[in-house]
Design a protein around this ligand. Structure first.
Ligand code: ADP
Ligand code: ZN
Ligand code: ZN
Length: 728
């Protein structure tokens, strides 16, 4: 009987590949979840062993031998592998690439799965004098290592042994000769500094009553309503059961803040995992969680795949945030994968937000999620009042209506802070010549160049192309070029003219690019060294600015009339999130929203009934138009250097799809993408839509392999996006 190893290799392959066991390690037992080095073409690659079989479809002569096992113990357990295989099927993405994304970079290379963790071993008094029979070689070696190191060794000392010391340490600990010290204090929990309110207690009780079972809990609570305290309460219970909690956040910038808060309240190690860490730090956090040494882990998107030794709870904070969806390569939604993972592990998952995604609200209304509410701000802070400011015909200065300027003035006189939200960075989105009508465009994209005056550059926000400013019009030579529209840089300048002695802080991607600069700005705002905060959607992310009492939404209209059907949802979320930054201290807050469409039904719903009234209205519109969550979508994108190729390729794909789709799957398109040329490539897309998921996935599973046989295949780059969050 032969042994066949099914190995998932990071390459654009639909299937795992079959290999024979490595010749040099024939005595090793192959366990799924270990890494393997295998030959691939003329090179070698690191893959993950998915399965061990006794037969292969390949002829024995065509099977190659794997080169070596890289791990003795599996890095990924059976549950992890099952999840990754499910995810690969769901997103129709190569299983090897999916497996690779579950590993930190160092483990994707051939680095050993070792890291420094806070564990240490200590020799007990009885261990000092203990003697062992000659057969217990490893135990003796470990004891003598401890004696050489003054009775105390760390993990890095232990790795020098070159073998798996963990079971040996356990055996010695069982004899009482050594102690394994790994922050065992996590049963001792400092008391919560204040009494939770009834809604918070109710939310915690509901989840913890079903702690051993799968359940999705949608925790909807306005900003400042104490959601984080609810997470902490549920995590406490999870830790008491000796289980781990994984907390997913949309943003790196939020992790230090939350980590500090968790550390204060949990008295146990709280790890973080995100792209801002060094590779070694990421490896340590990954292994710490995988081994169960780290009870709590805060992480961004990719942390959703980290194995849990003792799974107990998953929390997704700000679950509505589009950053949970990866927008390139392996386009997964960390929130949706987290729900699938909780189901598979049989543990509760809490999705928290002040402005839940319409999909989540719909799932709650269908009884699939338990809907928990925190209706009021905690600690007595009042909800801010929202008001529309009709700017039709108004004499604007700096794009601001007289009533808004007056409100800013009054707020500044009271020595309180003002927040201005303008979701466009740069100085101006358009640079044009009035004499001949020339407009600065990106040479590589069907898009305009945005003026960034601070850097004296024109930048393309689609491909990153940059160039120096024009000194005159390149077509007619006119000297005066005009900047149209307004971004945060321009508003910053205009504010300096209008309020000369006022300190303005600009928070956008350009101003916060340097590492640590966002933290500095936030510190300055908290320390009251700033009077006006001006920024893009960075301001909408979970920060707490207690002295802000006036928030101005400079432009609300862009989201109302966009070609993207999700734009109104996004706009409403941003408005409510920036509104939530305001009046969180003891003083009440006011939110002014400038619009030219004061009677728009979605805006009036938002103003009169808050986010939930908006959501009801928006869901009604989605249902009428058969849009998600009332249907399910997948988007096939194609791009090529030749102008007609993407649409031609997708036209053939559409033809195939219509032949294959017996059931209710609509095939819409092909059509040019909203940005029809980007970074020198022409782009088109084909949309699949179905009222039910299974027929859609059946179609995709049959269609994708057939795309490889289409004539233009080699000249077109295509990618599939299941549950796209943007149709761009
Ligand atoms: P959210 O996560 O919903 O924005 P937080 O959990 O951050 O809200 O709570 C907002 C503020 O209110 C925090 O400073 C928190 O310490 C405080 N807080 C939360 N719950 C209570 C409570 N029951 N009593 C008093 N203060 C509370
Ligand atoms: Zn000109
Ligand atoms: Zn460009």
């Amino acid at each position: 009987m032969s042994i066949i190893l099914k190995v998932a290799i990071p390459a654009p392959l639909r299937k795992a590949l079959d290999y024979l066991p490595p010749a040099s390690q024939l005595d090793c037992l192959p366990i799924p979840g270990v890494r393997l080095k295998v030959p691939f073409g003329s090179k070698s690659k690191i893959g993950v062993l998915l399965e061990v079989k006794t037969e292969s479809k390949l002829a024995p002569s065509r099977l190659r031998q794997a080169l070596e096992y890289l791990d003795r113990e599996p890095l990924l357990g059976p549950a992890d592998l099952a999840l990754l295989r499910w995810v690969a099927r769901y997103y129709h993405h190569p299983v090897g690439e999916v497996c690779a994304s579950a590993l930190p970079t160092l483990l994707r290379q051939s680095k050993p799965a070792r890291s420094q963790t806070p564990i240490q071993l200590r020799l007990t008094p009885s261990g000092q004098t203990a003697t062992l029979p000659p057969s217990a070689k490893r135990q003796a070696a470990l004891l003598s290592l401890l004696r050489q190191h003054d009775g105390k060794v760390t993990v890095s000392d232990l790795t020098e042994l070159g073998w798996n010391w963990r079971p040996v340490a356990k055996a010695l600990a069982a004899k009482g000769w050594i102690q394994i010290e790994q922050a065992p204090s996590w049963a001792v929990i400092p008391p919560c500094p204040f009494a939770l309110n009834p809604a918070q207690r109710q939310a915690i009780a509901t989840v913890t009553a079903e702690q051993h079972r799968f359940g999705v809990y949608l925790l909807e609570g306005v900003t400042g309503s104490g959601k984080t305290e609810v997470y902490l309460g549920i995590i406490e219970k999870t830790l008491q059961l000796g289980r781990q909690a994984l907390v997913l956040l949309p943003e790196i910038a939020l992790t230090p803040q939350l980590q500090t808060r968790f550390l204060k309240r949990l008295a146990c190690p709280v790890g973080v995992y995100h792209s801002g860490l060094s590779e070694n730090e990421r490896l340590a956090a990954w292994l710490g969680f995988q081994r169960g040494e780290l009870p709590v882990l805060l992480g961004t998107r990719s942390a959703v795949f980290i194995p849990m030794a003792k799974p107990g709870l998953i929390v997704v904070d700000e679950e509505h945030d589009p950053s949970f969806k990866q927008q390139e390569g392996f386009r997964f939604s960390a929130r949706d994968v987290a729900v699938a993972r909780a189901l598979q592990l049989g543990i509760p998952i809490v999705l928290g937000s002040a402005t839940p995604a319409l999909e989540s609200l719909y799932n709650a209304s269908q009884g699939r999620y338990v809907h928990l509410h925190l209706p009021e701000r905690a600690g007595g802070a009042q909800a801010p009042t929202l008001k529309l400011v009709d700017i039709r015909g108004a004499r604007l200065q700096a794009g601001l209506a007289p009533a808004v300027l007056e409100a800013i003035r009054i707020t500044l006189e009271r020595r309180e802070q003002v927040l201005l939200f303008l979701n466009r960075r740069g100085f101006a989105p358009v640079l044009t010549c009035y004499d001949c009508g020339w407009v600065a465009g990106c040479p590589h994209c069907a898009a305009r160049l945005c003026l960034h005056r601070r850097d004296r550059r024109l930048c393309c926000h689609h491909c990153g192309h940059q160039r120096p400013l024009f000194t005159h019009c390149p077509t007619c030579g006119a000297k005066d070029l005009h900047a149209l529209g307004r971004g945060t840089e321009r508003l910053e300048d205009e504010l300096a003219d209008l309020f000369p002695y006022v300190r303005v802080a600009r928070l956008d991607r350009d101003a916060t690019r340097r590492r640590g600069s966002l933290e500095q700005l936030i510190e300055a705002i908290r320390a009251r060294e700033v009077d006006i905060l001006l920024g893009t959607q960075i301001l909408a992310k979970g920060h707490h600015f207690p002295e802000v009492t006036l928030t101005v939404v400079v432009e609300a209209d862009a989201g109302l009339y966009s070609t993207d059907f999700r734009a109104p949802e996004r706009m409403a979320q941003l408005i409510m999130q920036v509104a939530g930054r305001c009046g969180r201290g003891t003083k009440p807050g006011q939110v002014l929203i400038q619009t030219r469409h004061p009677n728009h039904p979605l805006l009036t719903a938002l103003l009169q009934g808050g986010y939930s009234a908006f959501a009801t209205q928006a869901l009604k519109e989605r249902r009428q138009a058969d849009l998600p969550p009332y249907s399910h979508q997948a988007l096939l994108r194609a791009e090529a250097h030749a102008p007609d190729l993407p649409e031609c390729f997708l036209g053939q794909a559409a033809h195939l799809a219509r032949e294959l789709a017996h059931e209710h799957v609509q095939v819409l398109g092909p059509a040019p993408s909203p940005v029809p040329r980007r970074a020198g490539r022409y782009r088109a897309q084909l949309l699949f839509q179905s009222p039910r998921r299974p027929p859609l996935h059946r179609l995709l599973a049959r269609l994708l392999p057939a795309l490889d046989d289409l004539p233009h295949k080699r000249r077109v780059r295509w990618s599939l996006d299941v549950d796209p969050v943007t149709l761009d």
